[in-house]
Design a protein around this ligand. Sequence first.
Ligand SMILES: *[C@@H]1O[C@H](CO)[C@@H](O)[C@H](O)[C@H]1NC(C)=O
Ligand SMILES: *[C@@H]1O[C@H](CO)[C@@H](O)[C@H](O)[C@H]1NC(C)=O
Ligand SMILES: *[C@@H]1O[C@H](CO)[C@@H](O)[C@H](O)[C@H]1NC(C)=O
Ligand SMILES: *[C@@H]1O[C@H](CO)[C@@H](O)[C@H](O)[C@H]1NC(C)=O
Ligand SMILES: *[C@@H]1O[C@H](CO)[C@@H](O)[C@H](O)[C@H]1NC(C)=O
Ligand SMILES: *[C@@H]1O[C@H](CO)[C@@H](O)[C@H](O)[C@H]1NC(C)=O
Ligand SMILES: *[C@@H]1O[C@H](CO)[C@@H](O)[C@H](O)[C@H]1NC(C)=O
Length: 664
Amino acid sequence: MASWIPPLLSTFYRIFAYIFLQLIPTRLAVPVLPFLYVSHLISLLFTSSTPNNVPVDGEHTTPDLQVKETERNGQPISDSTVPKRTSPTLAASLLFSLKTRDRLPNLLNVVINTALFVASLDLALNPVFYPENSVAFARVGAVYPDAAKITVRYPLSESNLTEWELRLLYRKAASSAPWKDGPLVFLREESDWVNTTKISNLWPETVYEYAFSDQDNAVVSPIQRFQTFPDPRFHEGSHFKFLVSSCITPNFPYGGPQNRLKIKGFDRLAEYLKPSKPALILNETVEAVDTTVNATEAEEIVIETPSETEESISGLYKFMLFLGDFIYADVPIYFGDAPDAYLRLYRRNYASQSFRKLYKSLPILFAYDDHEIINNYGGEGVDLAPYHNASLGFSLYNGNSNYDSINPGDHYYNFTYGDTAFFVLDTRRHRSSTDTEPDSRTMLGSTQLEALQNWLSKVNETVTFKFIVSSVPFTSLWQHDALKDSWGGYEVEKATILDAIQTVPNVFILSGDRHEFAAIEFAAPAVNLHVVREFSTSPLNMFYIPFVRTLKMESDVMLEQVRKETKLTDAGPVVEVYSDLVPTERVLKYIQVGNSKWSSIEVDTRNRSRPVLRLEVIIDGEEAYRLETIGTPIKAKQTKSLISVPSGIKHFLGKLGFQSKQWF
Ligand SMILES: *[C@@H]1O[C@H](CO)[C@@H](O)[C@H](O)[C@H]1NC(C)=O
Ligand SMILES: *[C@@H]1O[C@H](CO)[C@@H](O)[C@H](O)[C@H]1NC(C)=O
Ligand SMILES: *[C@@H]1O[C@H](CO)[C@@H](O)[C@H](O)[C@H]1NC(C)=O
Ligand SMILES: *[C@@H]1O[C@H](CO)[C@@H](O)[C@H](O)[C@H]1NC(C)=O
Ligand SMILES: *[C@@H]1O[C@H](CO)[C@@H](O)[C@H](O)[C@H]1NC(C)=O
Ligand SMILES: *[C@@H]1O[C@H](CO)[C@@H](O)[C@H](O)[C@H]1NC(C)=O
Ligand SMILES: *[C@@H]1O[C@H](CO)[C@@H](O)[C@H](O)[C@H]1NC(C)=O
């Protein structure tokens, strides 16, 4: 066999392994890497018959190496040439996998390739080796002015019971009140020891702490906190922030087996949230709480004036929207549609200390995308396989703690924070396949589309900012695969929705999926219609595509925009009418690079005549872009009975024992 074959195979193998471990964990690696690795070893066997003391021809022919020609044909090599040759040859032979007369470099090359192979196996098969059956956690999902949903996993490890019960305990933070009994939660082996429960009858904008106790009244979980949302009936302006991102894979880019649960994007996010975090000055520290509580002894909670230091755990940050590709069920390897193949990927993320830093203190709301099911999935409204088995894991771990869908059993939902409204879409379960005629394709299905339209009319003139949250981008500017998988493949339904949202002021679209950031503007087609902006942010911890531009900067479709200008002339003011051709969609900002991206969105409606939305994009831990949008003021149609109650009075009412629900 020609002597250049092994170095060539080895070099290809190494380049591919580098791409797989550091750039893109492509599914192509599953056939390619083992093939190249084994081919290289076999090629070594077939070229190893060359006598050891004769240099191989190929060794000297590479011009880059600048190795001096030495004597051949068995003539002894002079002493002086040996040290000159050996040193560059060792480096070069390791770099280019060149065969040398020494055994050591040859052996080292095999060791290097094997190490790369083991690393690739570790990245691809980690969830199989470590099913994380024992992970335990509790976290908050949907938060209301008077309630909160909490998801808990606490497996029984030592007995052979297949179900048991925990009790949720809660009380106002910073109060020395006894724990109040919350609901009982059944945990069953068949539902992977996970369940979601809801505490109700809470005070708005109040910090609570919660924990779980077992049948012996022993607190088995850490004590964590959350803050209820403000009561929208006060019609006060709001000022808060939330986070948006999507797409995570632990330990990518690969950082060795010791980092198997590391999700650097979440580590950075936790770091980012720190400075804005006001030191939560509470009278008590969490550690001071007894580990055993007699839950049955707990009495009515003592009503206290909330202190000014009772701020949220993460300052202005109230929640995170995670827009899908939370698990990559089919990247780089699809392990089949058995429920546990999906469940163990959820367990792996919840076992990550990086993720834990976030979910223990910040509510997270989820949408799913295709990689929670399978690449480019469309359920066609009939839940094509593997939807059923895949959605078990999503529901248990992420979905059940979202707000309830208007249509029970569905995964789309809407919610409000103060005077800001959100509609989170399900873009997978009801979408028709791209084999369907373009005109009759649907992304949302008729029920969801109707729910979206009803919601739009309802929030139209009652709330200031509206966010439509879509796992896949709404813009059609992303090319290649996105033209089929994003809204670009569903132009008819997209146009229907765009027509409707342009009649509504202050609508923003939030999306993810493309592993890039872009801010897009949809031009207003007429003077009385509104501009819509989309912010697409991903990945939080996954690959990005280097070098290739996947986004078009503006659409080919143009629309005519009429602009009026008043000019002062000698004959008095004259209104001149101009008409400009503008693209229907254009890019305001495009950022491709970065393995870890998120957007922080600040809503400030405290000045009703000047509502502001500020976007801040963080890429690999650094601020990369800012955009401020001044919204259209909404004249809230307040009925007379809805008076704005200053917070002092709220607290006063609280002191008198009024429950929040009884205020009006
Ligand atoms: C397991 O179940 C059996 C039969 O139900 C019972 O006798 C045994 O004590 C249980 N073992 C443990 C460790 O709970
Ligand atoms: C969750 O707990 C509730 C009440 O404790 C129970 O009715 C329900 O069946 C449980 N759900 C699951 C999936 O185990
Ligand atoms: C809990 O309180 C009840 C009633 O006061 C008492 O009977 C019981 O022994 C207490 N349990 C524990 C574990 O202290
Ligand atoms: C779903 O999971 C079950 C149980 O593991 C399995 O029997 C079935 O083949 C899976 N796939 C579908 C499409 O139901
Ligand atoms: C969702 O929107 C509907 C109107 O379409 C509204 O009645 C409902 O209260 C909203 N749900 C939440 C949780 O805000
Ligand atoms: C929103 O309100 C405006 C003004 O009343 C109206 O023209 C428009 O049709 C409404 N849009 C929707 C989707 O209800
Ligand atoms: C609110 O915004 C308006 C318009 O920009 C401005 O004139 C006014 O001074 C602002 N009010 C306050 C209290 O900042």
